[in-house]
Design a protein around this ligand. Structure first.
Ligand code: PGA
Length: 289
């Protein structure tokens, strides 16, 4: 990580945690955070935007999660796992940006590999979603990553380059457009990339820090090539794929790994808090009494 850019710990709950489990998670998180996290340290990190946290619950738990998040001793954003690019219309089963904003959601995951592999999302649909949601003022985490077969065939960088070239929205246009949404942050604070090698997701096999850094620095250079230095250097690139408190320190020590998108680890309060603690430690913030 780079202290200038700061870090983000995002949790993707996927199709887990019903309403009762969601409530239990947030009660547990409040209790543990009050005990384990130094209020002053964490407040100063959040105020300077050096540390951000976000959880992506299932759609039916979004409203409840928003209410519970407000009771936490630190700011936690709540985001949706998927949203349609159109604002309304005949799209059975879909949810739109304005509907999400109406209940207070400002974050969205875009192009997770499960959406791509199981629900037919392509780079083209990923781009439409990313473009539309950014225009509406959302912060998005756009996920990319190669499969095991692609890595073994030596195609990792080709795949990442294609996913970025074809999936990234038109940022120069966005930079010139006033955003009417609730978020006033500049575009590079709202466009976050997640490198998630498909072979590492939910498998217990994590990319080594060397593999992660190689891909993350490649992604950053591609971002600079495609979007220019301002966006490319400032955008956060998260690592995702079997992140645990045990392997996270070494990943976070990589200069271009700016946090995590954790699946299984984010479902449990203690392991989610450990990821936050690892970030606080690596930001070297002096602990105030
Ligand atoms: P995992 O999932 O941490 O359970 O591997 C990560 C993800 O799919 O975002």
């Amino acid at each position: 990580m780079n202290p200038q850019r700061g870090v983000l710990i995002a949790g993707n709950w996927k199709m887990n945690h019903d309403l009762r489990e969601t409530e239990q998670f947030f009660f547990g998180l409040k209790e543990l955070a009050e005990k384990e996290l130094n209020r002053k340290t964490i407040r100063s990190l959040f105020e300077t935007n050096k540390l951000r946290t976000c959880i992506f619950p299932a759609a039916l738990s979004l409203s409840q999660s928003l209410v519970h998040a407000q009771e936490l001793p630190f700011p936690l954003s709540i985001g949706c796992q998927n949203a349609h690019w159109e604002k309304k219309g005949a799209f059975t089963g879909e949810i739109s940006g304005p509907m999400l904003q109406e209940i207070g959601i400002q974050w969205a995951l875009v192009g997770h590999s499960e959406r791509r592999q199981l629900f037919g999302e392509t780079d083209a649909t990923v781009r439409k979603k990313a473009q539309s949601l950014l225009e509406q003022g959302f912060a998005i985490i756009l996920c990319i990553g190669e499969t095991k077969e692609e890595r073994e065939a030596g195609q990792t960088q080709t795949v990442l380059s294609r996913q970025l070239t074809e999936g990234l929205p038109q940022i120069p246009t966005l930079l010139n457009e006033p955003v009417n949404g609730p978020m006033s942050e500049p575009i590079w604070d709202r466009l976050i990339l997640a490198y998630e090698p498909v072979w590492a997701i939910g498998t217990g096999v994590t990319a080594t820090p060397e593999q992660a850094e190689e891909s993350h620095s490649f992604i950053r250079n591609e971002l600079i090539r495609l979007q220019g230095e301002t966006v490319g250097k400032a955008a956060l690139i998260l690592y995702g794929g079997s992140v645990t408190p045990q392997n996270f320190d070494a990943l976070l020590a990589c200069p271009n790994v700016d946090g995590a998108l954790a699946g299984g680890t984010s479902l449990k309060v203690d392991s989610y808090v450990k990821l936050i603690q690892a970030c606080i430690k690596s930001l070297h913030q002096p602990t105030l009494p």
